[in-house]
Design a protein around this ligand. Structure first.
Ligand code: ADP
Ligand code: ASP
Ligand code: MG
Length: 422
């Protein structure tokens, strides 16, 4: 019988210290000893990436993005080497490789580079020689051999892409929760683990803030039909299957609630009310590779209007630079920022065929006196920008209002932790 190829990805919390690295090694070795070929993708130990970014911040508030990539990629180089050593201790052959060594070719901007290709040749040879191959997640190289990274949470993308090029049988994402829940279980203690979820819903949930999977990785998984199993590093329980299978659907109108706290709102005052103004501003932001999220333009008065939009906090310095310069060029007024906002969203394929979902969201928020500052909707999503201090409460009340909570259990086991920036 043909050997199975299994890709297993372990996130930062799964390899937070030496003990956990040894634990992961045992799990990987067990999979190998069941007769499989195993390729492991690891993230940096614990909060290493955040700590490296904080170090850079102590040096400069506007670091060069090439150097940021050089810095951040060191995190994954540490974890792959340690995991290889831990596997050697268990008597198996293992070899660690950087993104460059496995030919992860990328293009585009540093810190959010796009994956072009991975060459499976070296990995195949090493697997055939009996090795467990341990690949550094999150990193690649561009055509100039400069180190690049794939955006925060990018090890998920490395794992899915490796599963694709190796034609793996399974792509398992091991993390610190037991799967994908109806909301972040650290915020909503009654959140329910889903047995299965469709790519489209996961993609929406991930892109509006459900940190458990990186959105870009789901995009690639959907495109190539790669099933993903999200599960816990600390238990043997089945987690959540992400796939396209029809019976994967849970018959819920709303499948989940998500929160993004790392949003900032920018307002440009007195934008001349004539064609081409918004085009000019957002074109300049696109050139600077800023992902603009929500946009709201007020009704014009006396030939001018105010324009507000949101971006990721991390992009704020760049966004301000570009927006201020463009505002001047087009004759608009003052540019202000508001970093005290968050975005909450509800997602569900079932929403397509239902009316009144948005009205229900607004009613629930109004009852709790939570003011909505911006709204955007799509067929399967409703998002609202609100004050950051009310955001967790909003997640809980929406989760409750849409009937997503499980029956209360004795005690929630989810521990609090700081949610890192994506
Ligand atoms: P890793 O280090 O394994 O990549 P992450 O911290 O990136 O882990 O993602 C796991 C975290 O995602 C969980 O600890 C949880 O707090 C958060 N999370 C947010 N939304 C969800 C959700 N809907 N389901 C599960 N976890 C979620
Ligand atoms: N270490 C990187 C990050 O913290 C990549 C990852 O964890 O997936 O974003
Ligand atoms: Mg992650």
């Amino acid at each position: 019988m043909k050997k199975k190829i299994i890709v297993q990805k372990f996130g930062g919390s799964s390899v937070a210290n030496a003990e956990r690295v040894k634990h992961v090694a045992k799990r990987v070795v067990a999979t190998k000893r069941e007769g499989n070929d195993v390729v492991v993708v690891v993230s940096a130990l614990g909060d290493t990436t955040d700590e490296l970014l904080q170090l850079a911040d102590q040096i400069t508030s506007s670091p060069c993005e090439r150097e940021l990539d050089m810095l951040m990629a060191t995190g994954e180089q540490i974890s792959v080497a340690l995991l290889a050593m831990a596997i050697h201790e268990l008597g198996e052959q293992a070899i660690s490789l950087t993104g460059a060594q496995i030919g992860v070719l990328t293009e585009g901007t540093h810190t959010k580079a796009k994956l072009v290709d991975i060459s499976p040749k070296r990995i195949q040879t090493l697997l055939n020689q009996g090795n467990i191959v341990i690949a550094a997640g999150f990193q690649g190289v561009n055509i100039n051999q400069d180190i690049t990274t794939l955006g925060r949470g990018g090890s998920d993308l490395s794992a899915v892409a490796l599963a694709k090029v190796l034609k793996a049988d399974v792509c398992e994402i091991f993390t610190d929760v037991e799967g994908v829940y109806t909301a972040d279980p650290r915020i909503v203690s009654t959140a329910r683990k889903m047995e299965a979820i469709k790519y489209d819903e996961m993609l929406e949930l991930a892109s509006v803030g459900a940190q458990v999977m990186q959105a870009r990785s789901i995009f690639v998984a959907k495109r190539y039909g790669i099933p993903i199993h999200v599960r816990s590093s600390f238990s043997k329980k089945e987690g959540t299957m992400i796939s396209d299978s029809a019976n994967a659907m849970e018959s819920m109108m709303v499948s989940g609630v998500a929160l993004r706290k790392d949003e900032a709102k920018i307002t440009v005052r007195d934008v001349p009310d004539k064609p081409g103004m918004a085009a000019k501003l957002f074109q300049e932001l696109a050139v600077a590779d800023v992902n603009v999220d929500m946009i709201v333009q007020n009704t014009s008065r006396e030939g001018a209007t105010d324009l507000s939009f949101t971006v990721e906090n991390g992009d704020l310095p760049k966004t301000l630079r570009v927006t201020r310069a463009t505002s001047k060029k087009i004759g608009a007024g003052e540019v202000t920022t508001d970093e005290g906002v968050a975005k909450i969203s509800i997602v569900g394929i079932g929403m397509q065929s239902q009316s009144g979902v948005a009205a229900k969201v607004f009613k629930v928020m109004a009852k709790e006196k939570i003011n909505i500052e911006m709204i955007s909707t799509s067929e399967i999503k409703i998002s609202c920008v609100i004050r950051r201090e009310t955001a967790e409460k909003a997640v809980r009340i929406l989760h409750q209002a849409f009937g997503l909570s499980k029956a209360p259990t004795k005690k929630s086991t989810a521990k609090k932790k700081t949610v890192k920036r994506k």
